[in-house]
Design a protein around this ligand. Structure first.
Ligand SMILES: [Zn+2]
Length: 398
């Protein structure tokens, strides 16, 4: 039997007795299935136990009627290096987020690096180094997509070609550097897109001393792929302007925990009214001035579901499948061929909600009972969430 810890491969994993299977797919958020089969980190089968090949697993997991959902994807973080953040001088923040159900994080720029270079050669070197470093080292198994340069005035098309050729796939938040005018941003965003690099724009008031306002006209003119923290990070544009962005742009609507909560709800509801819920993606924008929030994704899900009156199974899709599709990731959906990145959830002990989904709709955080990345168990009962009523049990394997 292969040892997953030593080989880095999960082998065959059978997960049975799933009580609720959230797919991550807005068009079919709840699957009629109780079993998932994983082969070497990839989902092989999803269905009823009698229809699945459950023989001879390397690892057998009894989900004990808890909920299996795709691992949460935090669309907006600011990592630096390793599992350390200088923003609040904290160690282990990524591991803490794993305990909040996060399996993938996407950098919106390594902007907190002390002495961050702002010259063009330096910013390119930092982006390439950050991309390589997080590709080579995953804190606690969490997939951190980093290497997101903050664009500066004076960059030319060949800079974007060079970054793309070196493996950079993201831009840091447009507007955090010297490129703040709409026409300048639009040109660089177009160069990035031409070379396969996805862009995100800072939306709203300044985040910390030294950054500036990006208003709705700049956001619309720049036309970045992601309207970054549409609800501000922290200071939001007016609700009317945020709704106008949802209506006039066709780009991703990113809502973050470290933003204006009232406008977060308004943006999600605007997307639903405009019949474009597939555009909504969620992030934390942490580490931030408000600190690191290991449960930030779960808190945002509970906020949008409870105060925003959006069914919890749909909000989970904002945090998983929507982001995977818009960010071109092979996770975020429970279907064959996708990465076996899962979070097991149950209603928190003594929640007044009778089921997981009802508890979230009533505003309670769910309990995380286990997190799996690439088919390998990365943590059992969360040290950070309120305790889940029931947790999965590993019956065989390592
Ligand atoms: Zn920002």
């Amino acid at each position: 039997m292969a040892d997953p810890a030593a080989s880095g491969k999960s082998g065959k994993v059978v997960i049975r007795n799933i009580g609720l299977l959230l797919s991550g797919d807005l068009d079919r958020p709840i699957l009629d299935a109780d079993t998932v089969i994983v082969m070497d980190g990839v989902i092989a089968q999803v269905g009823r136990e009698k229809d699945c090949d459950t023989a001879q697993p390397t690892t057998l997991i009894d989900a004990r009627q808890t909920c299996l959902a795709p691992g949460l994807i935090d669309s907006h973080v600011h990592p630096v290096f390793g599992d350390w953040t200088p923003r609040q001088n904290q160690l282990g923040w990524i591991d803490s987020s794993l305990h909040g159900g996060v399996t993938t994080m996407i950098s919106a720029g390594e902007v907190h690096l002390p002495g961050r270079p702002k010259d063009i050669v330096g910013l390119k070197a930092l982006a390439i180094t950050a991309q390589r470093a997080f590709d080579n080292f995953r804190p606690s198994g969490v997939k951190v997509l980093a290497g997101a340069p903050v664009i500066e005035q004076g960059m030319v098309e060949s800079d974007f070609a060079e970054l793309a050729a070196a493996g950079v796939t993201l831009l840091g938040e447009v507007g955090l550097g010297s490129v703040k005018a709409g026409y300048e941003a639009r040109q660089m965003v177009a160069w990035a897109r031409k070379h396969g690099i996805q862009s995100t724009i800072h939306t709203g008031g300044p985040s910390i001393p030294g950054s500036g306002l990006i208003d709705k006209d700049v956001v619309l003119e720049a036309d970045a792929d992601v309207i970054g923290h549409i609800n501000g990070g922290h200071t939001s544009l007016s609700e009317a302007h945020v709704c106008e962005l949802c209506e006039k742009s066709s780009r991703a609507i990113e809502i973050v925990h470290n933003g204006n909560e009232r406008v977060a709800i308004a943006a999600a509801q605007a997307a639903l009214q405009l019949k474009c819920p597939h555009r909504v993606i969620l992030g934390t924008d942490s580490p931030a001035g408000s600190g690191v929030q290991p449960l930030g994704m779960l808190r945002l899900i509970a906020l949008l579901s409870s105060l925003g009156n959006i069914p919890a199974e749909l909000v989970f899709c904002f945090a998983t499948g929507n982001t995977a599709r818009l960010r071109r990731l092979n996770s975020g959906l429970v279907e064959p061929g996708r990465d076996a990145d899962f979070v097991f959830l149950d209603r928190a002990q003594h929640s007044t909600g009778r089921s997981l989904l009802e508890s979230v709709q009533l505003g309670d955080l769910p309990g995380v009972g286990m997190v799996m990345i690439d088919g390998i168990v990365r943590c059992g009962r969360s040290r950070n969430t309120p305790p889940a009523t029931e947790v999965p049990v590993v019956l065989t394997g390592h």
